[in-house]
Design a protein around this ligand. Structure first.
Ligand SMILES: NC(=O)c1ccc[n+]([C@@H]2O[C@H](COP(=O)([O-])OP(=O)(O)OC[C@H]3O[C@@H](n4cnc5c(N)ncnc54)[C@H](OP(=O)(O)O)[C@@H]3O)[C@@H](O)[C@H]2O)c1
Length: 325
């Protein structure tokens, strides 16, 4: 199949190219796009060097099977509809189309049925939402989730290459503060995205709205606090879930979470550093509050589970379900 990657030189785009190779996606032609800053650079795919092209409207008319977009919401808004109108299925990592009624918002382990017979734009959820969903979707099927209280500990790579560079610069003693609203080196910042009218941030409202859309249950209440921490890769989340039905035992809860795909429940202590480069979401420190309430620690590689791997898994499921491979 023919695949294009828009934003191929970014943290997520580069990882998409790697994951396409690692998952052995049968790509016959791969084209890579970025801005004038990176056009002409070369990236490697399956031992071959591929030159990065300048993103143009004309390039989006390429008759290919899939475009993976990862260059920010404004780029997606402008270019993804052109690619889609010209016949490609678009898998978009930005927030541009996630809440549009007719656009499926997909975590393939959870709601891939939406991909059957669908062509057009498919939205990849926000990174902190994806890893949370992977640890709770089976619990929702069995016990019915009533409320979720979550505090995130999100790495600087969640803000892209420039987020990583800002932390590294501050570690070297340089006084640069462009990406984060306060110094991030040796600090913790409880603000990701702009504050909305209801005093929650954009990032927090993504967790509320996207969770409900993916689980297709608008009665679930989600109470998030999203926080940036000086970690390079890997988001962590302290999650408390209240069920409608009481659970039998923690052992049974553990079995239910583990029955989900691409989630690992463990007694080991797992931290962000341990999950870098992994394609699974990890759950540890599982505890009972009362008979309806559990608490646990959730960790995943935000660039993979939260973006690139989810997008490639969507591509594979879509291709299989629609006779493209
Ligand atoms: N990082 C995460 O954890 C994460 C998770 C989920 C979703 N996302 C989403 O994925 C997208 C990319 O994130 P990232 O972390 O990879 O960011 P990044 O490291 O800053 O990379 C941005 C990419 O977009 C390209 N780009 C920017 N403006 C462009 C333009 N006008 N025309 C063409 N290409 C342009 C850049 O190309 P140049 O090299 O030419 O600048 C680069 O390839 C964002 O929408 C982000 O919200 C990120």
């Amino acid at each position: 199949m023919k695949v294009g990657v828009v934003g191929a030189t970014g943290e997520v785009g580069r990882t998409m190219v790697k994951v396409l190779e690692e998952f052995d996606v049968p790509v016959t032609e791969l084209r890579l796009f970025a801005s004038e800053r990176s056009a002409g650079k070369e990236l490697e795919f399956k031992g071959r060097k591929i030159r990065v092209e300048l993103l143009t409207e004309d390039a989006m008319k390429w008759k290919c099977d899939y475009f993976l977009f990862s260059a920010g919401a404004s780029v997606s808004r402008k270019f993804a509809p052109i690619a889609s109108e010209n016949g490609a299925t678009v898998i978009d990592n930005s927030s541009a189309f996630r809440m549009e009624k007719d656009v499926p918002l997909v975590v393939p382990e959870v709601n891939s049925h939406l991909l059957e017979g669908y062509t057009g734009i498919i939205a990849n959820p926000n990174c902190s939402t994806i890893q949370m969903i992977l640890s709770i979707y089976k619990l929702h099927e069995v016990y019915g989730i009533k409320e979720i209280f979550v505090a995130t500990y999100q790495s600087v790579s969640g803000a892209g290459r420039k987020g990583i560079e800002e932390l590294l610069a501050q570690e070297r003693g340089e006084n640069i503060s462009k990406v984060f609203p306060k110094p991030i080196h040796r600090n913790v910042i409880p603000l990701i995205g702009d504050i909305q009218d209801n005093l929650f941030t954009q990032e927090e409202m993504k967790m509320v709205n996207e969770t409900r859309k993916i689980l297709n249950d608008y009665s679930i209440k989600v109470y998030p606090t999203t926080v940036r921490v000086p970690v390079l890769y890997g988001h962590s989340e302290a999650i408390m879930v209240r069920f409608r039905k009481p659970f039998e035992s923690l052992e049974r809860v553990r079995e239910v979470i583990s029955s989900g795909e691409d989630v690992v429940v463990t007694d080991e202590l797992i931290t962000a550093v341990d999950v870098t480069g992994k394609n699974e979401t990890y759950v540890c420190r599982l505890r009972a509050g009362d008979e309806n309430t559990i608490l646990f620690w959730n960790v995943a590689d935000n660039i993979r589970v939260g973006a690139a791997t989810n997008a490639v898994r969507i591509l594979l499921k879509h291709a299989k379900m629609n006779g493209r491979m």
